[in-house]
Design a protein around this ligand. Structure first.
Ligand code: BTN
Length: 322
């Protein structure tokens, strides 16, 4: 592919008006033939590019697959998460993120259109159909002791919850510690892994799966009747680049709070966005399983549950059946 592809995509995407082939060629110091060839290639890759004689070219629609150039433009103003590894297909973004974690000291994200071995918590399979959702791993580099990690998921779940509610106007709740639900259907799950030693945490690798554009039939086909997508809920296709852009901003903001504020500062907000109160549920952590009611969340992020016999139990990260 032409070495000018990157520059031509950038130039077209940043400009909202029609740009003539002549103008693009002169600005980027290439030939008009090159411009034309790149435009043809972009169309093959799924870009819809309008062309009007005497006016020029304009991007009308970007593909629903991830394009590295466009992802990087969307991320460029972020303070931390402004680099991305972009793939069309991977086993799991989590595996790829871990493989790259030592390449750099920077924060970065890994995105893929499709995962062949997407994994959830407890090693469960995570269905990751091509271009139907946001399959992403976020690599962060905090300078913190390991004990502080116990509240990380709470800040991140709030970031995801508020993007869905505030930007897409869909009511949703957090299911402590790692899920987001719309009604009684799951729309997002994430898992957090870390690389740490006795000096503290080296890297956090947070893998986030958000169902954006699946249809109900697609969920039914894979026996996921308890799952939903944002598209199903608000009846409109979700534009992935826009979603990514607002989500990354929200994650940066809540991550900054995670580093600088005690959880107690956001605890009441978190509790108000959480769905597990006033319900008798089954909590499983390792070999321990109890049926009980969540009554509070501690400043260290642990959940307090009162079991049917009146005993109090603290959970760090349970599997909750609802
Ligand atoms: C869960 O609900 O159990 C967590 C699901 C996490 C899925 C995401 S998708 C991106 C990243 N890559 C994976 O293999 N898993 C996470």
């Amino acid at each position: 592919m032409s070495k000018y592809k990157h520059e031509i995509v950038n130039y077209l995407y940043r400009n909202d008006e029609y740009l003539s082939g002549q103008h693009i060629a002169e600005t980027l110091n290439c030939s008009r033939v090159t411009v034309k060839k790149v435009i043809d290639q972009l169309r093959k890759e799924g870009f819809e590019i309008e062309s009007i004689s005497n006016k020029g070219y304009k991007i009308a629609k970007i593909p629903t697959t991830w394009q590295e150039d466009i992802v990087n433009i969307e991320l460029k103003d972020n303070l931390l998460l402004n680099r991305a590894i972009v793939q069309t297909q991977v086993d799991s973004t989590q595996i790829l993120a871990k493989a790259h974690v030592n390449d750099t000291d920077n924060h970065f994200i890994v995105l893929s259109d499709e995962q062949t071995k997407g994994r959830g918590r407890f090693n469960r399979e995570w269905s990751s159909l091509k271009s139907k959702g946001l399959w992403m791993s976020v690599v962060l580099r905090p300078d913190i002791p390991i004990q502080k990690m116990s509240t990380f998921n709470l800040f991140i779940s709030l970031a995801i919850q508020e993007v869905i509610e505030q930007h897409y106007h869909i009511q949703c709740k957090i299911k402590w510690p790692n899920d987001i639900y719309i009604g009684n259907k799951k729309v997002c799950g994430f898992l957090t892994e870390m690389i740490a030693d006795t000096d503290g945490v080296n890297a956090i690798i947070c893998g986030i799966g958000i169902n954006l554009n699946q249809t109900q039939e697609e969920f039914d086909k894979v026996n996921q009747s308890r799952a939903t997508s944002l598209n199903i809920e608000n009846g409109k296709p979700i534009e992935p680049y826009q979603f990514l852009s607002v989500l990354i901003k929200a994650i940066e903001q809540r991550y900054d709070q995670f580093l600088n504020l005690p959880f107690s500062e956001i605890k009441e907000l978190y509790k108000s966005k959480s769905m597990i109160w006033n319900k008798t549920l089954t909590y499983t952590e390792g070999n321990k399983q109890i049926v009980g009611r969540a009554i509070d969340i501690q400043d260290n992020g642990f959940l307090t549950v009162i079991s049917e016999d009146g005993d109090l139990h603290q959970f760090m990260s349970a599997d909750i059946e609802i």
